[in-house]
Design a protein around this ligand. Structure first.
Ligand SMILES: Cc1cc2nc3c(=O)[nH]c(=O)nc-3n(C[C@H](O)[C@H](O)[C@H](O)COP(=O)(O)OP(=O)(O)OC[C@H]3O[C@@H](n4cnc5c(N)ncnc54)[C@H](O)[C@@H]3O)c2cc1C
Length: 263
């Protein structure tokens, strides 16, 4: 079985700041890491590789040259190789253009049976890239997957987490599967994995290598326009009820809530 995992480099912080003037994420001086939710996708692919002889897992990312480090992390976790799609022309890509680059890269790398993705990236958080890649490759997509099994006839049986329960879906490959945290507990890379990842060479592919037209990526190829980015203003006025007697203070709160018809 030939598998790919889509992995994204994200800022290693939850405190992401947006420039209020340009609407662009402020990435200066931010440490980066492998998108935490992608570690579950990597782990799942690696576990399945162990169960199927002659299986391979390729970690694929679109990003700046420094994103090689997250591909090394994926290799340390058990992926066979890492491929970075990197070109100045890709800068400014929205989710659709990102998915276009990824799908062209995946096509160039060969026919994958299963492409895994994380549920969402912790910076952009749209959860759109996985499904967009599937659309552009014209293959089925299963989102919010919490369990994957391969049946004897080679069909893929997946459990999807849906509102109020689970959905069992049976599909044929090729398929794109985006996974949720519940699917596994990612292993921390061991010494052998770390050593392997340090010496691994990351394949870098440019727009020309994967046949991406510059008009279909970057800002030019992005149908999304961010017109404004702003933080919601919270304008709540607090009111303090105090009394040296706690019971009287509590009564004041009760009276206030009754007056507002809340109680
Ligand atoms: C007009 C516009 C311009 C933008 N310009 C830039 C820019 O210059 N630089 C920039 O960094 N961002 C830019 N962005 C943001 C960029 O589009 C998103 O970060 C990117 O498309 C991924 O979307 P997301 O973070 O919502 O990922 P999600 O859709 O939440 O990610 C879901 C899953 O898809 C996979 N995935 C997502 N992105 C990648 C990737 N790059 N490589 C491999 N797998 C991936 C991962 O498995 C991930 O878990 C721009 C967005 C817009 C709208």
């Amino acid at each position: 079985m030939k598998m790919a995992v889509l992995v994204k480099q994200v800022p290693a912080t939850e405190n992401i700041k947006i420039d209020p003037v340009t609407g662009v994420m402020q990435r200066d001086n931010l440490q980066s890491e492998l998108n935490p939710l992608d570690t579950y996708a990597v782990e799942q692919a690696v576990r399945m590789k162990k169960n199927f002889q002659q299986s391979t897992v390729t970690a694929v990312s679109m990003g700046i040259p420094a994103a090689q480090s997250i591909l090394r992390q994926a290799i340390a976790m058990g992926c066979d190789e890492g491929v970075l799609l990197s070109d100045r022309a890709f800068a400014g890509s929205d989710t659709w253009a990102t998915a276009h680059v990824l799908s062209k890269g995946l096509q160039k790398l060969g026919d994958f049976d299963i492409i895994f993705a994380g549920e969402r990236a912790t910076d952009g958080e749209t959860g759109q890239v996985g499904p967009c890649v599937a659309v552009q490759l014209n293959i089925p997509v299963l989102t919010f997957v919490s369990e994957v099994k391969i049946e004897e006839d080679g069909k893929i049986l997946a459990t999807r987490s849906v509102e109020g329960g689970y959905e069992l879906v049976r599909v044929s490959s090729p398929v794109l599967i985006s996974v949720v945290k519940e699917i596994n507990e990612p292993w921390i890379p061991d010494y052998n994995g770390m050593m392997k990842s340090r010496s691994a060479s990351i394949k870098i592919m440019t727009a020309q290598d994967i046949g991406v037209d510059k008009a279909d990526c970057g800002l030019e190829g992005s149908p999304t326009r961010v017109s404004k980015v702003f933080y919601p203003k919270l304008t709540r006025n607090g009111e303090v009820f105090s009394d040296s007697d706690p019971e009287k203070a509590a009564q004041k709160i009760v009276d206030f809530l009754k007056e507002k018809n809340i109680l």
